[in-house]
Ligand binder design. Structure first.
Ligand code: NAD
Length: 246
C-alpha cells in the first residue's frame, strides 16, 4: 500500500474524511494537492504535514466556483502529474420534496457532481497518458437506500455511483480505475456539530458494528482503492458503513 511516487489531489481536505485522507496518503508516501474553501483548517493541516516531510500544495478554493477551480487545478497539474483524485468535498441541504428549495438542490448537485466531473475532465487525460490512474469518489449509504428528508443529498450520492461506473467504463483499458466509497455515519466535525443525537442514535442502532466510523477508517479504504493492491478493482461502490444500509 506504498503510494510513494504518486501525487494525489484531495478535495475538502481541511477536516473530516478529507483530512484523514491527507494524513493517511501522507503516511504512505504520496505527494499531496489539498483543496478546501476554509483557509484556517487547510493551512494548519498543510503546515503540519509539510513539517513532517510530505510535499504538499494547498489551495484555498470554493469548488462551486468552477472557473477558479479550473484555473487552480490546471496550475498545480502543470508542476507534475496528478495521478490520484479523491472527490470528497461535500455538504448537505436537507429537505423533503415539499421543502427543498430548487437552488439548494442545484447547489448539492454542483458540489457532489459538477465539481467532481470537472476535476475528472481535467485530470483523466494525464492519467490516461501515463497508463495509470486512480479516481475515488465519496458517495454515501444514502445514495443506496435514500434518506427521508435527505432528498437532494441521496439523489446526488446515487448520481456519484453512476458517474463512477460510467468513467470506469471509459478509462479502464488505459489503466485508470474508478471506484466509490459509501460511508455510513462517520464522526466528522460536521456530524458532531450539526446532527441531532436522536438521528445518530437511530443509525447506530441499525448498524451491526454498533458505532460510528472514525474518519481514518474511511480514509484507509480510499487509500487501499488508490493502491496497487486494488489493481483489479474498478467500477465498485464499497460501503464503509459497519454494515448499515446493506
Ligand atoms: N460524515 C459522514 O457521516 C458521511 C457519511 C456519508 C458520506 N459522507 C461524505 O463524505 C464526504 C466528507 O464528509 P465529512 O463529513 O468529512 O464533511 P465535513 O463537512 O466534515 O468536511 C467537508 C470539508 O469540505 C470542505 N468544503 C465544503 N464545501 C466546499 C466547497 N464548496 N469548496 C471547497 N471545500 C468545501 C469543507 O470546508 C470541509 O473542510 C462528503 O462528500 C460527505 O457527503 C460523510
Amino acid at each position: 500500500m506504498d503510494l510513494k511516487g504518486h501525487r494525489v489531489l484531495i478535495t475538502g481536505a481541511g477536516q473530516g474524511i478529507g483530512r484523514a485522507c491527507a494524513e493517511v496518503f501522507a503516511s504512505r508516501g504520496a505527494d499531496l494537492v489539498l483543496l478546501d474553501k476554509n483557509p484556517a483548517t487547510l493551512e494548519e493541516l498543510a503546515g503540519n504535514l509539510s513539517g513532517m516531510g510530505t510535499r504538499v500544495v494547498a489551495r484555498v478554493v470554493d469548488l462551486t466556483d468552477l472557473d477558479r477551480l479550473g484555473m487552480e487545478v490546471e496550475d498545480v497539474a502543470q508542476e507534475s502529474l496528478i495521478d490520484i483524485l479523491v472527490n470528497n468535498a461535500g455538504f448537505d441541504r436537507p429537505g423533503t420534496t415539499a421543502k427543498i428549495d430548487i437552488k439548494d438542490f442545484e447547489a448539492v448537485i454542483g458540489i457532489h457532481l459538477t465539481a467532481p466531473l470537472l476535476l475528472i475532465k481535467l485530470l483523466l487525460p494525464g492519467m490516461r497518458a501515463a497508463g495509470w490512474g486512480r479516481i475515488i469518489n465519496v458517495s454515501s449509504i444514502y445514495g443506496l437506500i435514500g434518506g427521508k428528508g435527505e432528498l437532494a443529498y441521496s439523489t446526488v450520492k446515487a448520481g456519484v455511483m453512476g458517474l463512477t461506473k460510467s468513467v470506469a467504463k471509459e478509462a479502464g483499458k488505459e489503466g485508470v480505475t474508478v471506484n466509490a466509497v459509501l460511508p455510513g455515519l462517520t464522526r466528522t466535525p460536521t456530524i458532531e456539530k450539526f446532527m441531532a443525537d436522536r438521528f445518530k442514535e437511530s443509525i447506530i442502532a441499525e448498524t451491526p458494528l454498533g458505532r460510528m466510523a472514525e474518519p481514518e477508517e474511511v480514509a484507509k479504504v480510499i487509500a487501499f482503492l488508490a493502491s496497487d493492491d486494488a489493481s483489479f478493482l474498478t467500477s465498485t461502490c464499497v460501503p464503509v458503513s459497519g454494515g448499515w444500509g446493506i
